[in-house]
Design a protein around this ligand. Structure first.
Ligand code: CO
Ligand code: CO
Length: 320
């Protein structure tokens, strides 16, 4: 999620997407028409219900495959549990939640590995397939593209409030239903239109962090209209109380040198850099296709928010 390990390898021509552009997953050419998409993600429990945590872990791991334009095929489970402290029943429910999501996405669970760790963690390594000419990169946005987002932000604040014991059941329900919502259907809607200008998903680096990766990699300015960005209803009061996790603060520190903040609303700026778990797709299409994009999502009953546009460089985020 937040920490990407960067070891550049330009020696192997089969690496179609490596680590240089901080993309969602690596892509490796298999033959003329097939490339492997590979990603791994795991984290500590974000909700108390083990079955729901398992579902979120799987939906989140699969998302990076969809964000590359790929289709998931296989998965391996990663599990860290405090030996003897966690009921076997709880572990079984975490695994069952993940298993059901993988099954729903026709992804075969081939195995996994567990270790003894005082802090529980779970996630998946996922392998998918993509056509080498139809890879959705985060680095190819062009001036004139419209910027779209499919899910609200605000889960970092909500999860912090949950851990602090001050989250309402209603706010938990809202955030949970967002985090267990797969990006598969949104990716299908995008695919029905052809390849997007660029695509990524919003996770631990926050909306502005991922927008900056788009801007930096493509040499463009990403203009984000702050008040058009959907935010979980249950997140606002906790944001006002300053309940941002440490990761969200680091995100904002990291992005700030590249941020032209014309919003004049520090709280909203902070919310837009809030660390997200299992967030939506963030993608672009040329302005001329905006109506088709809206229509494809509406026809499928899927949420879609127009939150900005891509402009000529320099690389930066303009927040208005
Ligand atoms: Co990730
Ligand atoms: Co991603």
């Amino acid at each position: 999620m937040l920490q990407h390990i960067v070891v550049e390898d330009k020696s192997d021509a089969r690496i179609l997407v490596g680590m240089e552009t901080h993309d969602d997953a690596g892509v490796f050419q298999w033959d003329e028409t097939h490339a492997l998409v590979q990603t791994i993600d795991f984290f500590t429990p974000v909700v108390d219900d083990p079955e729901i945590f398992g579902r979120i872990a799987a939906v989140n791991a699969l998302s990076d495959i969809y964000a590359m334009g790929g289709v998931p095929m296989t998965a391996l489970n990663l599990l860290a549990i405090p030996a003897g402290e966690l009921e076997p029943e709880v572990v079984a429910r975490m695994l069952e939640g993940g298993r059901r999501v993988l099954e729903d996405h026709h992804t075969a669970l081939l195995g996994g590995h567990s270790i003894d760790d005082p802090e529980p963690k779970m996630g998946y390594q996922v392998t998918g397939m993509v056509h080498p000419e139809h890879i959705w990169r985060n680095s190819t946005a062009q001036a004139g593209d419209v910027l779209w987002l499919t899910k609200p932000v605000g889960t970092g604040v909500v999860i912090k409030a949950l851990k602090d014991g001050v989250l309402s059941a209603e706010a938990l329900q809202e955030a949970t239903s967002m985090m267990v919502t797969s990006n598969a259907a949104s990716a299908d809607a995008v695919r029905s239109l052809g390849d997007p200008g660029s695509c990524t998903d919003v996770t631990g680096f926050g909306l502005l962090g991922h927008a900056w990766e788009m801007a930096g990699a493509a040499g463009v300015s990403v203009r984000v209209v702050g008040r058009e960005v959907p935010i979980l209803a249950g997140a606002s009061s906790h944001a006002r109380a300053g309940r941002f996790p440490a990761g969200s603060r680091r995100n904002l520190d990291y992005v700030r040198p590249h941020l032209d903040d014309r919003l004049g609303d520090p709280l909203l700026t902070a919310m837009l850099s809030d660390a997200v778990t299992s967030g939506g797709l963030l993608f672009t299409f040329p302005e001329a296709r905006a109506r088709e994009v809206t229509e494809a999502f509406r026809a499928r009953g899927l949420a879609l928010y127009r939150i900005g546009r891509i402009e000529e460089g320099p690389s930066r985020i303009i927040l208005e």
